[in-house]
Design a protein around this ligand. Structure first.
Ligand SMILES: [Zn+2]
Length: 128
């Protein structure tokens, strides 16, 4: 399971980064900006260019697509996929959740089964 890394505590040799130059390595979203996002993954950069969910330039949405726009604040963090992974990545929250979906499902399933196991041991913490 990936974990968020505190840059200053875990990577003392990493060069200090300002908040303005951090970008997601997958989709290119800048850190700390409120962006317009469409349900299909397109987002409007602060420079006024639309990008798709992979970070490639995308066409402007039509009126019907734009009706589903929502404002989202992008937060880019430094994540390491596993303890064995050597190189951490700057990912936005959306890309982090999307890339680790299988792992997150496995962890959710194990936690659910653990809840049932505790219920079996201590007279039911669930109603089933
Ligand atoms: Zn991203």
């Amino acid at each position: 399971m990936a974990r968020h890394i505190d840059v200053h505590a875990d990577l003392p040799s990493a060069p200090p980064t300002t908040h303005d130059d951090r970008r997601c390595e997958h989709c290119g979203r800048p850190h700390g900006h409120t962006l317009r996002c469409l349900p299909d993954g397109r987002w409007l950069s602060p420079e006024g260019v639309w990008f798709d969910s992979d970070g490639h330039p995308a066409p402007w949405p039509d009126v019907v697509d734009y009706a589903g726009v929502r404002m989202s604040r992008s937060v880019v963090g430094l994540y390491r996929r596993s303890r064995a992974a050597s190189k951490p990545q700057h990912l936005c929250r959306r890309c982090f959740l999307d890339s680790g979906r299988d792992t997150h499902r496995q962890v959710a399933r194990i936690r659910s089964l653990m809840r049932f196991a505790l219920g079996d041991l201590f007279e039911g913490a669930y109603s089933a």
